[in-house]
Ligand binder design. Structure first.
Ligand code: ZN
Length: 54
């Protein structure tokens, strides 16, 4: 891991649901993982259907 870069710049900047490129905002807060809130909801719904605890 490159400690000179922030955690956010090192994580995948693509939507987990559709693969769209995301613009990560640097600074406080969680890293963005979905292009839209409803994509996050759809992904979690699918993950739950697969038996994941998300
Ligand atoms: Zn998406």
């Amino acid at each position: 891991m490159d400690c000179t870069k922030s955690y956010k710049s090192q994580c995948d900047a693509t939507c987990l649901h559709c693969g769209a490129t995301l613009e990560q905002k640097q600074g406080a807060g969680r890293a963005k993982r979905f292009c839209t809130p409803w994509h996050g909801r759809a992904w979690r719904q699918r993950a739950r259907a697969l038996g994941l605890d998300v």
